[in-house]
Design a protein around this ligand. Structure first.
Ligand code: XUL
Ligand code: CO
Length: 439
């Protein structure tokens, strides 16, 4: 099949405004439109993931894949991999996304041994490079798949087998090299199986030390190579393992601090991973922000009733507002972006569903951005929060914050004052209703 025929029915998706009834148009994502003095395209930095959009057959634990992908013959041939790469760029170009992301094994098949696998990778990377140059689409981040192949059954950097650690190191070295070669803005470490399923057979302390050592080697190699992209670590608490060491933002930050890696990594926060960890995505974003370590976002959503990592396309406007409030507060992305680590439902098996899904995600976040900017412009939410802490801006509060108080002086202060009453309502319902006015 000729390369340009992968999506024959898909037009170039353009902005038609909120009144449009065309399901293959944007009603809110208007790339050139400025919000807070910056074009929407640069605020949102949308990215398509290769793994779900071009490799996921849409199976589930009870059923085989249903995806209809006419450009893909289902084989592991290099020819198929190259044709798929062209199809991916045709899709992304029609959608008008500026970025994409991949795992090494998404784009090219494993060979017999590492050397042949690396050659396969190079062969497809040549196609990607050509397509990047043709379309202007850039690589948001690359990563290595260290979890599908049976050799990683016990993990990669945390495997009980030192040879597996060595294989993973060699694989990650190559993945960083190709990311660098493609001008990637970042490189992500998600610890696919870096955790355990039973503590009976696990030396967790030793495994964590190995993971720390692995990431230190990655930092050394990055410097040696001259790769200036941002390293990210992506928290996830469980699935496939029962407990993953990079379980949430706080655990990752503690780990990075312990191994002296905090200056070299930022976090890639994924909505559905946050909810799996029993947190909201805004909790994870704030935790990362507080450490000046928010780098990028895997934008998706879960289903609270299913409870596993369903990786759905983000269509929850309220949640998008929460995310964009934090992104704006940070001053916008630098290297990161909104990466749709999301897959269409098993029931949505036609190629056109890939377009509907991405358009839905992009419009959701464009609305989230506009609403977040309106909330900020209004100023009442921020003013309320600031005012709530007013007692810290002067007097005893500022003395405590400045380190000019101790237990003795605070005892003297309070003995004189006598007591303190709760003097301010939290006004949660008022604030929730305030937000709703902007939706
Ligand atoms: C898995 C997940 C990964 C990472 C990249 O849940 O989110 O796809 O984003 O390895
Ligand atoms: Co992810």
């Amino acid at each position: 099949m000729p390369d340009q025929d992968a999506f024959p029915d898909l037009p170039k998706i353009v902005y038609e405004g909120p009144d449009s009834k065309n399901p293959l148009a944007f009603r809110h994502y208007n790339p050139e439109e400025e919000v807070e003095g910056r074009a929407m395209r640069d605020h949102l930095r949308f990215s398509v993931v290769y793994w779900h959009t071009f490799r996921n057959p849409l199976g589930d634990p009870f059923g085989v894949g249903t995806a209809v992908r006419p450009w893909d013959d289902g084989s592991d041939s290099l020819e198929n991999a190259r044709r798929r790469a062209r199809a991916a760029f045709e899709f992304m170009e029609k959608l008008g996304v500026p970025f994409y992301a991949f795992h090494d094994r998404d784009i090219a098949p494993e060979g017999a041994g590492l050397a042949e696998t690396n050659r396969n990778l190079d062969a497809v990377v040549d196609v990607l490079k050509e397509e990047q140059e043709r379309t202007g689409i850039q690589l948001l981040w690359g990563t290595a798949c260290l979890f599908v192949h049976p050799r990683f059954v016990h993990g990669a950097a945390t495997s009980c087998n030192a040879d597996v650690f060595a294989y993973a190191a060699a694989q990650v070295k190559k993945a960083i090299e190709v990311t660098h070669h493609l001008g990637g803005a970042g490189y992500t470490f998600w610890g696919g199986r870096e955790g355990y399923t039973s503590l009976l057979n696990t030396n967790a302390k030793r495994e964590l030390d190995h993971l720390g050592r692995f990431l230190q080697m990655a930092v050394d190699f990055k410097r040696k190579l001259g790769f200036e992209g941002q390293f990210y670590i992506e928290p996830k608490p469980k699935e496939p393992t029962k407990h993953q060491y990079d379980s949430d933002a706080a655990a990752c930050l503690n780990f990075l601090r312990e191994f002296g890696l905090l200056d070299h990594f930022k976090l890639n926060i994924e909505t559905n991973h946050a909810t799996l960890a029993g947190h909201t995505v805004e909790h994870e974003l704030e935790t990362a922000l507080a450490a000046d370590a928010l780098g990028s976002i895997d934008a998706n959503m879960g289903d609270l009733l299913l409870g596993w990592d369903t990786d759905q396309f983000p269509t929850d406007i309220y949640q998008a507002v929460q995310v964009m409030l934090r992104v704006l507060q940070m001053g916008g992305f630098t290297t990161g972006g909104l990466n749709f680590d999301a897959k269409v439902r098993r029931e949505s098996f036609e190629p056109i569903d890939l377009a509907y899904a991405h358009i839905a995600g992009m419009d959701t976040f464009a609305r989230g951005l506009k609403i977040a900017a309106a909330i900020r412009k209004d100023g009442r939410l921020e003013a309320f929060r600031r005012e709530r802490y007013a007692s810290w801006d002067s007097g005893i509060g500022s003395r405590i914050e400045n380190g000019d108080a101790d237990f003795d002086s605070l005892e003297r202060y309070m003995l004189e004052k006598g007591d303190v009453a709760p003097n301010r309502s939290g006004r949660q319902e008022y604030l929730e209703n305030l937000i709703n006015r902007f939706l």
